[in-house]
Design a protein. Sequence first.
Length: 256
Amino acid sequence: MAVAQSVTYALVLAGGKVSWSAIPKAALTIADGTLLSRTLDALQATPELRSIAVVAPSELLPTIPAPFLPVPASEDLWANVLKGLQALKPEPSDLLLLCAADMPFITADAVRRFLKAAWDLDADLVYLAVPLAAVQTFCGEEKVHRTAVRLREGELTGGNLLLVRVAVLPSLHEWAQKAIRGRKNPLLLGSLIGWCLLWRFLIGQLSVGELERRAEQLLGCRCRALVANLPELAFDVDKPEDYALARRLSSHPLIG
């Protein structure tokens, strides 16, 4: 079955909190809205999505308008995904767009471009990777500090969207849990990723294609990384300096 023929749902994960703010991160204001309202505006203007659930802290649930499906958040990410699935009720063959709620510059156009390119890849899991140079260009003269990896194709930073077939989610969760447990254990992490790939990564010779093939081995499904100039979907707010930069950029007429 081609990915483009699959029904696509969306799940917004808005339960995140940060130590430097007394309010939920999704409630932080940007220009004339909040991080959450900007996310919802972009998704509501994306007609390709069948239905959209929003997992958020209890104090934000009354602010979520119809037709979005409000879901109370817990402190566990996987539990929040399961709660969202219960609200959406997709079929195993359907696709789920997992979307963070801390992208201040998300637009419907960027989401639709991601979805179309992801559907065309005909995969069970599509991860967005954005060239770091594209994010820097988007931010102009402002200095950007993003987590990035150096691959053979260049420096890439992760996007905040993931398109995944519902049936694949249990395998994805199982592998993610192993990776989290091994993040401070080099032997375990090396065994998960593969020593050869780990070495090639350390010397900057690892390619996107190699990562895709390893992900397919680990997850047992067709995986693809979508490298695209979509900086709007790679800019997120994790630190106070991210928020300050977002507020400065939002005042720019071509960005905000």
